[in-house]
Design a binder for this molecule. Structure first.
Ligand code: SF4
Ligand code: MG
Length: 288
């Protein structure tokens, strides 16, 4: 039986005291334990930013990869060894700015991984500049007269890109985000969980208190139907995206199931991919 101790490391996170990312780390560990996943079969690939450090803070395999490219690394990991549980994690700048392109294509491609974004509406690691989810007019070090840009709506982008599992949580409610992460890991295909994870040092507007007052949980709404994509779009529009819960879920073929023939059906890591001398010679001849 796997326990929380199996997922702990001796390294102390160097996040600021009170940072929302502590809750996300705890929730990922708890979800993995609840699903009884052995740490050696769990991979966490992360991007760059304060939240990107997360891959070093639990006892699993993983890489603190390149800025905005963690999703490419995570999808490659899963395609090389489908027996692994693969989670990808990063921040709003990493996921919706620098890596925005990977986000859209990972959602539509539907490789069976879980993507967790710690969204604090700011660049924390570089000390407080506007990010892709900062609202218009938001005053930061890089927008002293107010952010001129419209923010990205992560939920609407995920809906438009046809992601099959879309959820949103808040670091102030560990129990709820643990449950969402568990559901995401059990979902077959790409699952996206956006988590409002306040930056207590550089974002003095979107604080724990602000989220506690302003978030509505669709899981508590008997009239909300998470299998209805149009309803999901409308609800995000009406609330400015300040909702939590399971926003949308649909069963569809994952990437490997959609590949023709035997492609992707056997683990690449178990195959002998070496080329024989004859194959190498034939390739060289072809390009001479
Ligand atoms: Fe967290 Fe912000 Fe500190 Fe980074 S700067 S560790 S996001 S509180
Ligand atoms: Mg951020």
């Amino acid at each position: 039986m796997v326990t929380l101790k199996d997922y702990r490391v001796d390294i102390k996170p160097n996040w600021c005291p009170g940072c929302g990312d502590f809750s996300v780390l705890a929730a990922i560990q708890k979800a993995a334990v609840n699903l009884n996943i052995e740490p050696e079969n769990f991979v966490l690939q992360s991007g760059i930013g304060c939240s990107g450090r997360i891959s070093g803070y639990l006892n699993v395999y993983g890489m603190h990869s390149m800025h905005g490219r963690a999703l490419a690394v995570a999808q490659g990991t899963k395609l090389a060894n489908k027996d692994l549980t693969v989670v990808c994690a990063g921040g709003d700048g990493d996921g919706f700015g620098i890596g925005g392109n990977h986000f859209v294509h990972a959602a539509r491609r539907n490789v069976d991984i879980t993507y967790i974004v710690m969204d604090n509406q700011i660049y924390g690691l570089t000390k407080g500049q506007m990010s892709p989810t900062s609202p218009q007019g938001f005053i930061t070090k890089s927008s002293p007269e107010g952010n001129p840009d419209n923010p990205v709506s992560p939920l609407q982008v995920a809906l438009a890109a046809n992601a099959g599992f879309i959820a949103q949580g808040f670091s102030g409610d560990i129990k709820h985000i643990t449950s969402l992460i568990e559901q995401g890991m059990q979902h077959k295909g790409f699952s996206f969980i956006n988590i409002f994870s306040p930056c207590v040092t550089f974002n003095k507007i979107f604080t724990f208190e602000w989220f506690k007052k302003n978030l509505q949980n669709v899981d508590d709404d008997p009239n909300y139907d998470s299998s209805n994509r149009s309803m999901a779009f409308d609800r995000v529009e009406q609330t400015g995206g300040f909702i939590t819960g399971l926003i949308y879920r649909a069963e569809r073929k994952d990437y490997v199931e959609s590949l023709p023939g035997k492609a992707g059906k056997e683990n690449l890591v178990k195959q002998d991919l070496k080329l024989s001398n004859e194959q190498v010679q034939s390739l060289v001849q072809k390009f001479m």
